[in-house]
Design a protein. Sequence first.
Length: 466
Amino acid sequence: MNTPSRAAIVVAVGVGIWLVPVPTGLKPAAWNLFAVFVSTILGFILQPLPIGALAFLSITFTALTGILKPAEALSGFANTTIWLIVSAFLFAKGFIKTGLGRRIAYGLMKRIGGSSLKLGYTLALSDLIISPFTPSNTARAGGILFPIVRSLCTAFHSEPGATSRKVGAYLMQTVYQANTITSAMFLTSMAGNPLVAELASKTLHIKISWGLWAMAASVPGLVSLLVVPYFLYKFYPPEITRTPEAKTLASTELDKMGPMSRGEKIVILVFIGALALWTTSQFTRLDATLVAMLAVSAMLIANVINWQDVLEEKGAWDTLVWMGSLVTLADYLTKLGFIPWFSKTVSAAIGGVPWIQAFLALIIIYMYAHYSFASLTAHITAMYAAFASVAVAAGAPVYVVALALGFISNLCMSLTHYAAGPAPIYFGAGYVDQATWWKLGFMVSVINMVIWVGLGSFWWKLLGLW
């Protein structure tokens, strides 16, 4: 489908909804904003334009047509959650620019990379360590880890095609599926997670702090990181099980890097300081966004990154535009009454169904609806607020709903070779065919669902979340 055709579909759907008579109980402005919202999400899926451009056009249209006042249309850009993610992008720049991310991965590999299974765990651990400060899971998995994985494949003479199963196919799947898990473990480890927190705030009226997210995700996340690489090792085993060459390769690369640079040392200190402040926010009363801004400020003062680096971080500013726009749309869908109306209507339709059954059904639908999405953010924007509202209206505990749907918003990226930014990178390497990718992805999604929703529920009970 060419770009004009995709654009025509987006516009036609929006106009069609706009022209439908306003449902009873809704204001015209709420229905019109819903039309803009649906059109925007469809645009995110079909992408006749980049998502930042589509989001910008949407809020411009809301102001032009009088649905929102100009100040209201721009209100999302003042949201502190958005500036948290922008700051986290800039923090990640320090990890990448100084080479600290690569050093961490090679250092772990040198120490515990003696077998294919240990190598898989090592790369997963590397991802976990850098994930709290790398909100672009594409940058983390693609920019930092993929070159390392690809070098390892070559070192073991495992190339796409006949030799792919030596070790390459296993490592590609393991690193990708581990990235799926680490993306769910921190508020700042995937760009859409702060949007989840903001939607929860706007629609459910609760606050999900960085510490709460990390604590709730810690047990199911660590269990998943233990189980999934081992499952892949058994179900999709590499032909090579011993990998002493990995330690040699890591030693060689570390020798090339030389001693730890001043910049790397500063990033480590800032990393530890920010992590300490985030996890003790209940005592310090420091906002998570302020802590992230302090971290970036420290790196700027120490010249670990410079202002040109800030200006060139396109991911941060692109996120600022589309996320600020979406926060505005989501906020005013609630304020104008659409989300409460939708929740009440659907709740009436499922009246009498126990909340556990209703919640599990919504979770499953939410997970596997991602077969229709090529963007985690588009999935969150399209479905999170509505599904969360319905689940809570059915009687499900509000924090369990907010967090479980937030975690599933990441775990669904296991499913397909187009599910999220890192997927085309690892699939495009040519080691795993599409049918195998989908089969493994589905099985991993079931494993993660059992761990996160099953085991996770008991953990959340201990935390007092329900």
